[in-house]
Unconditional design. Structure first.
Length: 182
């Protein structure tokens, strides 16, 4: 295995990075990966869960919510690491409101979100969504990679935000101390 954290699986024209088992362990801290699936199509949600059950390198803990209000309640009780939202037949405004509610609550603000889009013709962008996945040709590997990428991205966002706040306070203190020297 190469010394870097990612195994390079390259074809002549395409290079992709594959997460190794060590990457999974560093993200999950040795715990089961709790995932909440949100959507109003139980058959499709169970198909997604079946995809992930085939992944042997990660131990998952699943739950489902069939509307956005229920998803907030389950997010508080389950405390998932990631929420996967199936956008089919869900209102964009309601999804955005749910995401804002997640961010406002201290118990749910660190939950990563992956949005599964059923077409790429309708635009949906939100700062509260860490990864997007197009429904066509979805697989367990793509879905698990998307979930893990969302978790890593969310963790990076939180770190940068905390660093920004800390640096901002340091700059304010420096300016106030310099102004008191006059």
């Amino acid at each position: 295995m190469p010394p870097d954290r990612f195994r390079n699986t390259n074809n002549k024209n395409m290079k992709t990075k594959t997460l190794t088992l060590n990457d999974y362990n560093s993200i999950l801290d040795g715990k089961d990966l709790k995932v909440l699936f949100v959507g109003n199509n139980p058959g499709y949600l169970s198909q997604l869960i079946q995809f992930l059950k085939k992944i042997r390198t990660i131990s998952f803990n699943f739950d489902t919510a069939f509307d956005l209000k229920e998803s907030l309640q389950k997010a508080l009780s389950l405390k998932p690491r990631c929420i996967v939202i199936d956008d089919e037949n869900l209102d964009k405004v309601e999804i955005e409101q749910m995401l804002e509610d997640l961010q406002k609550n201290k118990d749910t603000e660190n939950i990563a979100v992956t949005l599964i889009k059923h077409d790429n013709y309708k635009e949906f962008y939100s700062f509260n969504i860490q990864d997007y996945l197009l429904d066509k040709n979805i697989s367990g590997e793509n879905l698990s990679r998307s979930i893990l990428n969302a978790i890593k991205f969310k963790r990076t966002q939180r770190y940068l935000y905390k660093t920004y706040k800390s640096s901002k306070n340091q700059v304010k203190n420096l300016i106030s101390s310099m102004s008191s020297l006059k």
